[in-house]
Design a protein around this ligand. Structure first.
Ligand code: UTP
Length: 409
């Protein structure tokens, strides 16, 4: 795209601010800016103009039944045997979603490279891999691992894994792919400039993982390897059990298209997505989309009706993902603090939210699965998210939970 084409496009779109500093740039910076403008994903415009109503109000949302811990315990041996068999047969792969920016934690670099150790280094990636290696040892087979990064952290993430010898995994079993980016805009819908030569782009949310995996040619690779199930998981839960044979077996034997690890919510408004039924089909409603009335609703036994909080650990049937990959996922518009260059050419690091990012969310994939097994796990053993520096879901709380689980820090 040349300057004239970019100018015409941006005039049509009402985004000429992206060329505000064009005249000050070097030739290569100009070329790079024009290239980025030419490859911008404009699908945010529709989401901005006609935002979907994603609130819980007015939707036919009901509680869902799940497999509770006593039921799992009773059939644990059968589930485990089925899970081990599937892993041994190479039918299960894992996808680590590590393209997020971890703004709440506020550290530079990939979140997984964060050192949660106290007397020794223990990186989040490493801690999660220690859990996966337990499964590998138990099954006598590797679970192929695919790691989603973003343009913002790809180079650092891949270098970190290499430097740490893939945390005990064979290099050949670890593949990286980069997720797509979406523009970040101010409250009027104008795309910010991150620097004078670059529009502000950010990872398009963790829901784009399957499309990005496919674009990288890795879905074909998975199929060629005979993989039938994909276990996706978040980087920030340091108690994450990946390819847990009991979970794998229970999902496979239940005949569903998806298994979802869930914990019992610890309060009605806990900030976790909640598994439910929408129009009779499994879905997840985000905590901020749950009305107060729904959040407090009680089941017959007095427990919360919407009790199953998801922990971003799902097992998807690959065939079903393929069938639904083309389906249009809803775009979530999220208020964020967006660093940018202002009209005076100064870099602004806002203290409060100043614009929107557009995100696809993994939780929305559940709607396309038709059948889901909510599989309850023990919170204290499997859920230690690191979202913040201190307080709730923080480094401190995760360290305490790791110690409770016998991990030396
Ligand atoms: P979060 O929703 O906590 O987002 O991610 P985040 O970007 O890591 O953190 P904040 O909100 O800026 O503080 C949940 C999981 O989804 C991944 C994250 O890496 C984490 O594993 N994720 C998130 C992506 O892979 N891509 C994204 O675009 C967003």
């Amino acid at each position: 795209m040349n300057y004239q084409e970019a100018k015409a496009l941006l005039e049509k779109k009402g985004q000429t601010q992206l060329l505000r500093y064009y005249g000050e740039l070097t030739e290569s910076e100009q070329a790079s800016l024009l290239h980025v403008i030419g490859s911008l994903d404009w699908s945010f415009e529709e989401a901005f103009k006609n935002p979907e109503d994603l609130s819980g109000a007015g939707r036919d949302i009901r509680p869902i039944d799940g497999m509770k811990r006593p039921a799992i315990e009773a059939k644990k041996a059968v589930f485990k045997a089925a899970g081990v068999e599937a892993i041994k047969a190479g039918k299960v792969a894992a996808v680590l979603l590590a393209g997020g920016q971890g703004t709440r934690l506020g550290v530079d670099g990939p979140k997984g490279a964060y050192d949660i150790g106290v007397t020794r280094p223990l990186y989040i990636f490493e801690q999660q891999m220690n859990n996966l290696l337990e499964v590998v040892n138990e099954c006598g087979a590797y679970v192929p691992l695919y790691i989603m990064t973003s343009e913002k952290n790809h180079a650092e993430t891949t270098a970190f894994w290499k430097e740490h010898n893939y945390f005990g995994y064979p290099e050949t079993e670890v593949k990286f792919f980069v997720q797509d980016m979406a523009p970040a805009v101010d409250f009027e819908g104008k795309i910010f400039l991150e620097t004078k030569e670059r529009p502000a782009l950010s990872p398009n949310g963790n829901g784009g993982w399957f499309t990005s995996l496919k674009r990288a040619g890795l879905v074909d690779e998975l199929k060629a390897r005979g993989v039938e199930w994909i276990n996706i998981y978040a980087v920030d839960n340091v108690l994450q059990r990946i390819a847990d044979p009991v979970f794998v077996g229970a999902t496979l034997l239940s005949g569903v298209n998806c298994g979802a690890k869930v914990v019992t919510k610890n309060n009605p408004k806990e900030r976790v997505g909640v598994l439910c039924l929408e129009n009779g089909k499994p879905a997840i409603i985000e905590y901020y989309e749950l009305t107060d009335e729904m959040a407090n609703e009680q089941a017959a036994d007095g427990s919360l009706a919407y009790i199953y909080g998801v922990i971003l650990n799902y097992l998807f049937r690959l065939e079903q993902l393929e069938r639904t990959a083309a389906a249009r996922m809803p775009v979530h518009i999220v208020k964020k603090k967006i660093e940018h260059v202002n009209e005076a050419g100064e870099t602004v690091r806002p203290e409060t939210e100043n614009g929107y990012k557009f995100e696809l969310l993994a939780v929305d994939l559940i709607k396309f699965m038709d059948s889901v097994l909510p599989f309850e796990v023990e919170r204290e053993r499997e859920f230690a998210p690191i979202k913040n520096k201190t307080g709730v879901d923080s480094v401190e709380s995760a360290r305490a939970l790791l110690e409770k689980n016998g991990v030396k820090l």
